[in-house]
Design a protein around this ligand. Structure first.
Ligand code: NAP
Length: 481
C-alpha cells in the first residue's frame, strides 16, 4: 500500500483542504524540544460556519445510507489507521510529547473505537411496545441526531476524536471537529484517512483555530444538533451554558480527581505496578490519572518504599527516544501549574520523597515526584494535578477512605486494591465514580462505558452505550388498524 501524506496544514472542509478564511495560521511546537513542527490554520467563526454548512448539506445522504454501508466505510477507516499506525504515532509524539510506545497504543485504541462503532452501526435496534389499544401499534425507532460539533483536548489527540467520529458516523450523523491548538495534526490526519477511505465529502470536517469563535458557532448554530466535548470542567460548563439557548444535546467528558485506595490486605506488588500505571501514563496528563493515593496505615511505609523504588526506575526523556517512559508536559504553563501545586504541598507539610523539581531533560520536563504525608490542606487534594506527581495520604478505616475518596466534585475514575472479596463489592458500590478499577490500574477499553458522575461529565463514550448519545428516539403510534 502506498503511504498517505498525513501531515496537513490546512482545514478539511467539505472534502477540501483549505486555509483559514482570514489566511492566518499558528505555529505548532514539539513540547520535548521546542522545535516548530509546522503551522495550522487559525480558523474562526467564518470557517466554522462553512464547515457546519458542509456537514449539514452532507447529512441527508449520509443518514440515508444503510447501516452496513456506513459500517463498511468505517471499517476502511479502521484499516487505514492501522496501516499508518507507526506514522500516526510519530506525528502524535512530535506534537504531544508522549513516549512513542504510548502513542502507538493510543493510535491502536483509535482504530479499536472506529471498528467497535462500525460494528455497533448495525445494531441500532428499536422496539415494538405491546399496545394498550387493540387498533394501534406502537413503534420505537432510533435516528441520528444530526450535525455534531466535536471539541477535543491535547492529551489524547487521536483517540478522543476517534471516540466521537466513530459513534457519530456510525449513527448517521455528520461532524465538525475542532482539536486542541497544541495538537492539530493528529486530528487533521483523520481528514486524509477519511478521504482515502471513501467517506463522502462533508461527512467529516476538521477546523483548527480560535476556540472561542469556533465553539461559539458550534454552540449557537441552529444547524448543529449536538456538542460532544472532552476537556476541562470549566470549558465544559461554558459550552453547556452557551448551548442552552438552542437546547443542544450535550455529551461532556470532563476533568477528574481520581483517588487510588490501597488497603492493608492488598497484594503489594500488584498495587505498586497498578499505581505506577495509573499515575505516570502520559506524564500524569490523563483525566483518569490518579490524583490522590490513600494508603492504609498498616501498609503505608512498605507501599511507599516499593512505590519509590518503582518510580526511581522510570526513564524520563524525549518520547521519540527508545525506552522513554515519561515525556514532557504539554507546555510551560502546565509545568508552572505543577510547580505551584508541589510548592503549596511543601508549604503544607508534604514530605518530598522523590523529585519535587524540574527535570534536566528539557524545559517542559518535570521529575517524577512522590509526596508523603499529604493532607486536605493542600491544593492538590482538590485540583487536577495533570503532571507526574503522586501525593500519598494516610488512612485508618474503610469508611474514612471512602469518605475521603468521595469528597470531591469530580466523579470520573477511581481505583482500589484489596484481596477481600466482600470489601471489593462494598467499596466499589460506595464510590461515587463512573469508572472503578478494582485491583486494576488501566481500565480504558472501547468495549466498556467511559464517563463520569457529578461534575466529571454527561453521557458515556465507547461500549454499546456510546452510540446512544448520537441517537434520537422516535415513537410512532400507528392507529386505525
Ligand atoms: P481545555 O482547556 O478545556 O481544552 C479542551 C478543548 O476545548 C480544546 O480543543 C480547546 O481549544 C477547547 N476550548 C477551550 N476554550 C474553549 C471555548 N471557550 N470554547 C470552545 N472550546 C474551547 O482542556 P485541556 O487542557 O486541553 O485538556 C485537559 C482537560 O481535559 C483535563 O481537565 C482532563 O481531565 C480533561 N479530559 C477529560 C477526558 C474525559 O474523557 N473525561 C479525557 C481527556 C481529557 P484550544 O486548545 O484551542 O484552547
Amino acid at each position: 500500500m502506498t503511504k498517505l501524506d498525513l501531515l496537513r496544514s490546512a482545514n478539511f472542509i467539505n472534502g477540501e483542504w483549505v486555509p483559514a478564511a482570514s489566511g492566518a495560521s499558528f505555529e505548532v511546537t514539539n513540547p520535548a524540544t521546542g522545535e516548530i513542527i509546522g503551522t495550522a490554520p487559525n480558523g474562526g467563526a467564518a470557517d466554522a460556519r462553512r464547515a457546519i454548512d458542509a456537514a449539514s448539506a452532507a447529512f441527508p445522504a449520509w443518514r440515508a445510507k444503510t447501516a452496513a454501508e456506513r459500517a463498511n466505510l468505517l471499517r476502511r477507516l479502521h484499516d487505514l489507521i492501522l496501516a499508518h499506525q507507526d506514522e500516526l504515532a510519530l506525528l502524535l509524539t512530535r506534537e504531544q510529547g508522549k513516549p512513542l510506545a504510548e502513542a502507538k497504543g493510543e493510535v491502536g485504541m483509535s482504530a479499536a473505537y472506529i471498528l467497535w462503532f462500525a460494528e455497533e452501526a448495525r445494531r441500532v435496534y428499536g422496539d415494538i411496545i405491546p399496545s394498550p389499544w387493540p387498533d394501534r401499534r406502537l413503534l420505537v425507532t432510533k435516528q441520528p441526531v444530526g450535525v455534531v460539533g466535536a471539541i477535543t483536548p491535547w492529551n489524547f489527540p487521536s483517540s478522543m476524536l476517534a471516540r466521537k467520529i466513530g459513534p457519530a458516523l456510525a449513527a448517521g450523523c455528520t461532524i465538525v471537529a475542532k482539536p486542541a491548538a497544541q495538537t492539530p495534526y493528529s486530528a487533521l490526519a483523520y481528514g486524509v484517512l477519511a478521504e482515502a477511505a471513501g467517506i463522502p465529502k462533508g461527512v467529516l470536517n476538521i477546523v483548527t483555530g480560535d476556540a472561542k469563535q469556533i465553539g461559539g458557532e458550534l454552540t449557537s448554530s441552529s444547524k448543529v444538533a449536538k456538542i460532544s466535548f472532552t476537556g476541562s470542567t470549566a470549558v465544559g460548563k461554558l459550552l453547556l451554558r452557551q448551548g442552552a439557548e438552542t437546547v443542544k444535546k450535550m455529551s461532556m467528558e470532563l476533568g477528574g480527581n481520581a483517588p487510588f485506595l490501597i488497603f492493608d490486605d492488598a497484594d503489594l506488588e500488584r498495587a505498586v505496578s497498578g499505581a505506577v500505571a495509573a499515575k505516570f501514563r502520559n506524564a500524569g496528563q490523563t483525566c483518569v490519572c490518579t490524583n490522590r493515593f490513600y494508603v492504609q496505615a498498616g501498609i503505608y511505609d512498605s507501599f511507599l518504599e516499593e512505590f519509590d523504588a518503582a518510580v526511581a526506575a522510570l526513564r524520563v526523556g524525549n518520547g521519540s527516544e527508545e525506552g522513554t517512559q515519561i515525556g514532557p508536559l504539554i507546555d510551560s504553563s502546565a509545568l508552572a501549574k505543577v510547580e505551584d501545586l508541589v510548592g503549596d504541598a511543601r508549604e503544607h507539610g508534604g514530605r518530598i520523597v522523590r523529585g519535587g523539581e524540574r527535570h534536566t531533560a528539557g524545559e517542559n520536563f518535570y521529575a517524577p515526584t512522590i509526596i508523603a504525608e499529604a493532607s486536605t490542606r493542600m491544593r492538590l487534594a482538590r485540583e487536577e494535578i495533570f503532571g507526574p506527581v503522586a501525593p500519598i495520604f494516610r488512612f485508618d478505616t474503610e469508611d474514612e477512605a471512602i469518605a475521603a475518596a468521595n469528597n470531591t466534585e469530580y466523579g470520573l475514575a477511581c481505583y482500589f486494591y484489596t484481596q477481600d472479596l466482600a470489601r471489593a463489592f462494598r467499596v466499589s458500590e460506595a464510590l461515587d465514580y463512573g469508572i472503578v478499577g478494582v485491583n486494576d490500574g488501566l481500565v480504558t477499553t472501547e468495549v466498556a462505558p467511559f464517563g463520569g458522575f457529578k461534575e466529571s461529565g454527561v453521557g458515556r463514550e465507547g461500549s454499546r452505550y456510546g452510540i446512544e448519545d448520537y441517537l434520537e428516539i422516535k415513537y410512532v403510534s400507528l392507529g386505525g388498524l
